[in-house]
Design a protein around this ligand. Structure first.
Ligand SMILES: C[S@@+](CC[C@H](N)C(=O)[O-])C[C@H]1O[C@@H](n2cnc3c(N)ncnc32)[C@H](O)[C@@H]1O
Length: 459
């Protein structure tokens, strides 16, 4: 084995598994870090290299194609992974260029042929002869349209750029597209939630409160899993946007003892844990439903610290409305979605999603929405939320779903002001766009781009 630095070795392993075995970097990388026994410093470097390379690979591919004078589709995929990782080091880190080139050539030798080694060496020497700014100008000079330029500069697929433009316009924020795209390339802050009744933010020493959520803690440095309260399940890792979305439902009105709550799509259980803790404090009960059996297990685990009053079950939530009409006082529909609002935390996700996924998901979202309305008791409230800002998955589902509901004989629903509810829940002004729907944004709030709508059934 060559002397490739362990952090680079781990980064390349994970990048290859993501590219060729459909692995998820956020799940695989921590395992590989433990297996390689990386020091905390090397673990930080491996994370930066892996996430940075995967996020920016669209941009790096354009640089590599220019330097190699051929499209990346004509490059051996194993060598392309090495070139992407090396490009990240050369263009976006302070790693010494000779170290980046030499170690990358060693990595190319391990994964490819002898001729491949020479090719990698040549391409990387070409890249290292120009500054990052010079490469940026060359790449942007080659852009064919405004959207292609944004796609290149911020390393997003062009269809995602267009989807974000539409979502921002619908929230009166058309001028913020570049800020949003840039925010997706920044590492996400790790937030914790102190489950109400089980912990308070002050229980975690040396930690700061969150920015907006009253139950949030900004994670102290180090591995959150090593905190005893996290091990006990009383404090959990959770984005502040997800916390606010769950609290929008639990705090939209005082809880009447005996209320029945339903989390229709609960896996892996983050919001269910927060809802369950809120329900327990108000004397309500929660049913946490999930379709995928393996994820039902995760929901059970997430709820382990919460006292009784929670039922976890496996089932298809599109059937709930018919099976249990008018049964629940509060329903959370955290719909399966493209996840385009959480690209900061899932570095490869932007390249995996396709426009056809949107079409498939909106059909499912519409069926779940109709089922939720039917399962809602008179006077009950539904929170339809997504971790995507794509308007086809957010306001279009709600608006067309409400029309269909009334056309099919359902009573006119009251659309509550979700923005006002979130402002009332938050500890600092969120400065949300015009209601009634609320849209959180990575570049404004430092959260995932959660969409929240609240609908009340007449009594
Ligand atoms: C966005 S995730 C929910 C995240 C969860 N609320 C949390 O905070 O941890 C959507 C979930 O819906 C589940 N799902 C998909 N189709 C479903 C269906 N027909 N019925 C119930 N759950 C479904 C998926 O397996 C996935 O776990």
């Amino acid at each position: 084995m060559s002397g490739v630095q362990p952090a680079r070795r781990v980064a390349l392993e994970v990048i290859r598994a993501v590219e060729h075995d459909d692995a998820y970097a956020n799940l695989l990388l921590p395992q590989r870090i433990v297996r390689a026994r990386l020091s905390p410093q090397d673990a930080g470097l491996a994370t930066e290299l892996t996430y940075g390379t995967l996020r920016m690979s669209g941009y790096y591919d354009r640089v590599i194609a220019l330097a190699a004078r051929r499209p990346t589709s004509a490059i051996d995929p194993a060598l392309l992974d090495v070139l992407r990782l090396a490009s990240h080091q050369l263009l976006a880190t302070r790693v010494a260029p000779h170290a980046a080139v030499d170690e990358s050539v060693s990595q190319a030798r391990e994964v490819g042929s002898r001729s491949g080694t020479g090719f990698v060496n040549g391409v990387l020497r070409t890249i290292s002869r120009s500054t990052p700014e010079e490469w940026r100008s060359r790449v942007l000079d080659g852009a064919t349209s405004t959207d292609d330029r944004l796609a290149a500069e911020y390393s997003h697929p062009e269809w995602v750029v267009r989807a974000f433009r539409g979502a921002l316009a619908a929230d009166d924020r058309a001028s913020e597209l570049e800020a949003l795209l840039a925010a997706d390339n920044e590492p996400a802050r790790v937030s914790l939630v102190a489950l109400p009744g089980l912990a308070v933010p002050a229980d975690v020493p040396t930690a700061d409160p969150g920015r907006f959520s009253p139950v949030a803690i900004t994670a102290p440095s180090g591995d959150p899993a090593s905190l005893p309260l996290v091990a006990e399940g009383r404090v959990r890792v959770q984005d502040e946007g997800s916390q606010l979305a769950a609290l929008a439902l639990s705090r939209v009105a005082p809880i009447a003892p005996g209320e029945r709550w339903l989390d229709m799509c609960a896996g892996p259980g983050g919001k269910a844990a927060l809802l369950a803790a809120e329900a327990a404090r108000g004397g309500a009960t929660l049913v946490a439903n999930e379709l995928v059996p393996a994820r039902v297990g995760l929901v059970r685990k997430a709820l382990q610290a919460v006292p009784g009053g929670v039922t976890v079950r496996q089932g298809d939530a599109t059937l709930v409305g018919e099976a249990e009409p008018a049964a629940y006082d509060r329903i959370l529909l955290d719909a399966p979605c493209t996840g385009l609002g959480a690209l900061r935390r899932r570095p490869e996700a932007r390249w995996r999603k396709q426009p056809r996924d949107v079409a498939e998901l909106t059909g499912l979202q519409a069926r779940l929405f109709a089922s939720a309305l039917a399962a809602l008791a008179p006077g009950g409230t539904l929170a339809y939320i997504t971790c995507s800002p794509h308007t086809a998955e957010t306001r279009a589902v709600v608006e067309s779903g409400l029309k269909r509901w009334v056309r099919d004989g359902g009573p006119e629903m009251e659309v509550l002001d979700a923005s006002a509810t979130l402002e009332a829940v938050a500890t600092a002004p969120l400065d949300l766009g015009p209601g009634p729907f609320a849209q959180l944004w990575p570049h404004r709030h430092g959260t995932d781009a959660m969409f929240v709508s609240l609908l009340r059934k007449p009594v």
